[in-house]
Write a protein that binds this ligand. Structure first.
Ligand SMILES: Nc1ncnc2c1ncn2[C@@H]1O[C@H](COP(=O)(O)OP(=O)(O)O)[C@@H](O)[C@H]1O
Ligand SMILES: [Mg+2]
Length: 289
């Protein structure tokens, strides 16, 4: 986190639902059940602007469901949330993306039978309905198309995918698809990006590169909320960690707070964590300092 953010978070108590000095996202009483199962039941949660916040918790804790709800891919049973002060309840995924909050999926949604570039252009602003209007305003539409293509190339370059732009997304490796997914999400120039297990199934060399991308986005001022299981990764890059269990926030705090939280260790990290959590990351193919 940058210096200013560190200072502002210094006085924040590591307790569930604690207020943040400059929250970009504020969640209130968001609940979602499937039949008799309460998947998400978040009383209050604030995400501080400009941080990398990790959302952790055991399988089935409700992490993906919470992402789905907040980004308009599922409907809450009750509750409200605001993003940059604006209520998002009831808005669909495209509208929410246009407000500046985008997400990636646990299982990548890259369209395998389209090229990498086509995938990027489909994620661009103005690809849903506005195109009909656009046909009446052809010169502007063409200008938009050119701008989209330029932005796509820039992002593909950044994620080292430019050489693959005309290849089918289906021909990419699992890790490259994760990178494409991230690049796609950035097409709308978001202020907040939510990543659902961006590192899952990615080889160690690409994990390193993904981590650098995530840190770079934060350093450029973006807010990142991500779901991850690897404790080394989480402790290494997170400014703040939120622990979800059975749909509820059971803990939140800095990595040092979470590492020391007996409830988290019991519920999630397990007794083996003390030793395994300190293992250095290996086999990135590069030397360590
Ligand atoms: N569409 C759905 N229909 C029924 N149950 C669901 C659905 N989506 C999620 N669940 C259930 O809700 C709980 C939370 O799931 P999920 O949000 O995917 O957890 P996580 O991402 O933390 O592993 C799980 O018990 C899961 O089986
Ligand atoms: Mg999940």
């Amino acid at each position: 986190m940058n210096g200013a953010t560190v200072d502002r978070m210094a006085g924040v108590d590591p307790v569930p639902g604690v207020a943040k000095p400059d929250p970009i996202l504020v969640v209130d009483g968001v609940r979602r059940s499937f039949g008799g199962l309460t998947a998400v039941d978040v009383e209050h949660l604030e995400v501080q602007r400009g941080t990398i916040t990790a959302l952790i918790g055991p399988n089935g804790a409700g992490k993906s469901t919470l992402f789905n709800l907040l980004t308009g891919f599922d409907r809450v049973d009750s509750g409200t949330w605001t993003f940059q002060g604006k209520q998002l309840n009831g808005l669909g995924g495209h509208r929410i993306a246009r407000e500046g909050m985008v997400r990636t999926f646990q299982l990548t949604k890259a369209l395998t039978r389209l090229t990498v570039m086509e995938n990027m252009l489909l994620a661009a602003p103005g690809q849903t309905g506005e195109r009909i209007l656009g046909s009446f305003l052809r010169p502007q539409w063409r200008k938009q198309e050119e701008a989209n293509r330029a932005r796509a190339e820039q992002l593909l370059e950044r994620f080292k995918l430019l050489a693959k732009k005309d290849e089918m997304a289906g021909s990419l490796s699992g890790g490259q698809r994760k990178l494409l997914e991230m690049a796609r999400a950035l097409m709308v120039n978001p202020t907040m990006i939510m990543l659902d297990e961006p590192m899952a199934g990615v080889n160690p060399a690409l994990v390193q590169s993904l981590l650098e991308h995530i840190t770079a986005l934060r350093d450029e001022g973006m807010t990142v909320l991500f779901v991850e299981h690897d404790m080394d990764v989480i402790m290494g890059i997170s400014d703040w960690i939120v622990v979800l269990s059975e749909g509820k926030v059971i803990a939140e705090g800095r990595p040092s707070d979470i590492r020391a939280d007996q409830r988290v260790i019991d519920a999630y990290l397990g007794s083996g964590y003390e030793e395994s959590g300190r293992e250095p990351q290996t086999d990135t193919g590069e030397s360590h300092e």
